[in-house]
Design a protein around this ligand. Structure first.
Ligand code: NDP
Ligand code: BG6
Length: 513
């Protein structure tokens, strides 16, 4: 059953496994969930939110009674919304039966309401329509703010004052960016808290919903072989790598105000780092996990400019095709110094991680697309086989690679003997390749996060003190980069990025994996 929270809100129990097949164990006839996608005409809504909601519906994870409303300023009828949405829904389960039928049923539960984001009157009209669908059941309401950040507060004010649930819960999913530095983030939190309790705010970092990021704690805390090695005693360095093989195409206007450090490092990579490095939480409860993550963030040194390299992609011609420079984007100023690439060395000053470099690298328009965690272990003391392996010590150490995407996998590099009568050593991978091991497709991160928000599970969402701690690490650096107008190192579109990243890693005796 739902737990009653102190502020009158309701929260589902945290373990999805304890629920029935629908993942929703209230007396379903008594309640209903209304999901309003605010900014439904936008890119994210089409690309991620509606497809994720459909996948949840298809998998039987949505409650029996639910309604989805699209809300935006654009004029659209219900039929037009359904038509637009239908183009983006994929039968990723298309090998199964009834996908088309299910899609039609899902679309019949989708409606549209056109309104301004700052008009309480328009939200009152939305409220009236929601009530008609809720049919007297206990109404639970989820608002997904899929809009630019400058209108978050208006939308929250109007939704909370004019369209929040009376006797059910009201929750709001907020998309990043949560500000652009400590001050603006604190101001956003303060403004949100005028209308919402912290328990009602679900700050999304979709990397936390990725399968291999979720698996990180399972790997650490349920395998005897990893946790005892998880410290400065055995780990030489940790690398957190994000790269995309395309530029800021279409999002230059947004990106230029943020840059790669805010777009990827301060949130996605830092969140992974916190999960990777935290102490064992008291339980799997959201607050216990988030308490440990905050401790990691608060034990870290704020980033120093000398430990950071920035880059920006420039135009490159390959195979007769001209790939554009970042500043060729019409929405980006020609003289923009915004980094599209950054590498940084970070340190956690606590007993477990003292002196271990955590190296982050994130970039757009690079030679490949990947997100990975690489853990390089120390050398075997007095290794008997060193001479057989050769002089390159890097080649001889164990490495654990957690490939978040694409082609999800966990690889453990070990040394082994080449079969035969001689004694030659080789390096091989113990390989958990998800596609080979599991036939079921991996759900999109947004599916997991939306379901968690519906169920009131906060583990994968960012608490305000985590956010403050994250900004405290990056704000002084970001200000210095901007004040000093640091010129990024230019790298060709489709390359491996600036060579400075290699010098930075070499300073800490690290070679990027
Ligand atoms: P869009 O720019 O597509 O905006 C969404 C909708 O908001 C638009 O369709 C428009 O609807 C309305 N809107 C846009 N600009 C304004 C404005 N200046 N004033 C008022 N309304 C406006 O955003 P996305 O869908 O790309 O992203 C939504 C949110 O998600 C943003 O906060 C973004 O940072 C975040 N995000 C997006 C990702 C992506 O891949 N797109 C990835 C991660 C986060 P209408 O005109 O009909 O009202
Ligand atoms: C978003 C960033 O948060 O994550 C984008 O704003 C980036 O710039 C995207 O492209 C990457 O997400 P994914 O899931 O495609 O790796």
């Amino acid at each position: 059953p739902f737990e009653k929270l102190k502020d009158g809100l309701f929260s589902a129990p945290s373990s999805r496994e304890s629920k029935d097949i629908t993942g929703f164990n209230v007396n379903e006839n008594d309640s209903t969930v209304s999901i309003t996608v605010v900014g439904a005409s936008g890119d994210l809504a089409k690309k991620k939110i509606f497809p994720a909601l459909f996948a949840l519906y298809y998998e039987g994870c949505l409650p029996e009674h639910f309604t989805i409303y699209g809300y935006a300023r654009s004029k659209m009828t219900d039929a037009e919304l359904r038509d637009t949405v239908s183009k983006t829904l994929t039968c990723r389960i298309d090998k199964r039966e009834n996908c088309g039928e299910k899609m039609e049923q899902f679309l019949q539960r989708c409606f549209y309401h056109s309104g301004q984001y700052d008009s309480q009157e328009d939200f009152v009209k939305l409220d009236k329509k929601l009530k008609e669908h809720e049919g007297g059941r206990v109404p639970h309401r989820l608002f997904y703010l899929s809009i630019p950040p400058n209108i978050f507060i208006d939308a929250v004010r109007c939704a909370s004052l004019s369209a929040s649930s009376g006797n059910g819960w009201t929750r709001v999913i907020v998309e990043k960016p949560f500000g652009r530095d400590s001050e603006s983030s604190a101001a956003l939190t303060k403004a949100l808290k005028q209308y919402l309790e912290e328990d009602q705010i679900f700050r999304i970092d979709h990397y936390l919903g990725k399968e291999l990021v979720e698996n990180l704690s399972v790997l650490r805390f349920s395998n005897l072989i990893f946790e005892p090695l998880w410290s400065r005693q055995y780990i030489r360095n940790v690398q957190l790598i994000f790269s995309e093989d395309f530029g800021t195409e279409g999002r230059g206007g947004y990106f230029d105000n943020y840059g790669i450090i805010r777009d990827i490092m301060q949130n996605h990579l830092l969140q992974i780092l916190a999960l990777f490095a935290m102490e064992t939480p008291v339980s799997l409860d959201a607050e216990d996990i988030r308490n440990e993550k905050v401790k990691v963030l608060r034990s870290m040194r704020p980033l120093q400019l000398e430990n950071v390299v920035t880059g920006q992609y420039k135009s490159h011609v390959r195979g007769g095709i001209t790939y554009p420079a970042y500043t060729d984007d019409k929405t980006v100023p020609k003289d923009s110094l915004t980094p599209t690439f950054a590498a940084a060395a970070l340190f956690i000053d606590n007993a477990r991680w003292d002196g271990v470099p955590f190296l982050m690298k994130a970039g757009k328009a690079l030679h490949n697309k990947r997100a990975e965690i690489r853990v390089q272990f120390r050398h075997v003391p007095g290794n008997l086989y060193n001479r057989n392996i050769g002089t390159d010590l890097d080649q001889a150490t164990n490495e654990l690679v957690i490939r978040v995407q694409p082609d999800e996998a966990i690889l453990l590099k070990i040394n082994n003997k080449v079969p035969g009568l001689g004694m030659r050593l080789d390096r091989s991978n113990l390989n958990l390749h998800y596609a080979a091991r599991y036939s079921k497709e991996i759900p999109d991160a947004y599916e997991r996060l939306l379901l968690d928000a519906i169920e009131g599970e906060r583990r994968l969402f960012i608490r305000s003190d985590e956010l403050d701690a994250a900004w405290a690490l990056f704000t002084p650096l970001l200000k210095e980069i901007e004040e000093k107008k640091i010129i990024p190192e230019y790298y060709p579109y489709g390359s491996r990025g600036p060579v400075g990243a290699h010098y930075l890693a070499a300073r800490y005796k690290v070679r990027w994996g």
